[in-house]
Design a protein around this ligand. Sequence first.
Ligand code: SAM
Length: 239
Amino acid sequence: MRIDVLSLFPEFIGQSAEIGVVGRAIRRGLLSLRTWQIRDFASGVHRSVDDRPYGGGPGMVMMIDPLRQCLEAARADDSRPAHVLFMSPQGRPLSQKRLREWSLMPRLILVCGRYEGVDERFVEHCVDEQVSIGDYVLSGGELAAAVIVDALGRLRDGALGDPESARQDSFEDGLLDCPHYTRPPQHELGAVPEVLGSGDHAAIARWRRQQALGRTWLLRPDLIQRLQLSREDRRLLDA
Ligand code: SAM
């Protein structure tokens, strides 16, 4: 999979993708990342990328042409079709389900806005989807793009030591993950639940499922409401 990020601060994306699981995925060739400086596609001595908003009001708006030329250059850099995402607080909220869908695509191009945002005509004609990382406003789309690069990087086959670990994460089956413990088994902050040291794999799986159900019910009742729980899940939840 290839991801291109269009930004006025491309170094931000490059640095955040050098470390950890995503850095490893890139070094192993499981994910290819290229960043683009939108300003390189601006004309004039000042290489302006923004201008005052029509109708007045505060702030500046990113202009169509540098964005569009940058997008076309990114598209032309690879023959595979690209799905274009614009980072925006007005977009569809990011979800693990949507990330899984994107992870099957050969190419994504992420466009990061700044200032008051970008000229609406660019969004209408050049963007396939708008995506938000939450109901708050950031000063730029780079953090949102870095979130998407990170979350997609760890979904690449071979990026994680054990591919099963991503499958067991929160949201994958609609629930939050169960709690995890490591050594020491006894500590002044508490003991590890006995069942986890029992070696009884069926009992451990049951306990984990019950914990996942219970904490999702407590912390994210909206997720539970969307699920069709089995009779066994209902029994575990009631126990
Ligand atoms: N005036 C815009 C609005 O209220 O919808 C906000 C502009 S914001 C200051 C500048 C840029 O940051 C946006 O164009 C977008 O690319 C990015 N951004 C801000 N909040 C975001 C969020 N929650 N999710 C994704 N991108 C965001």
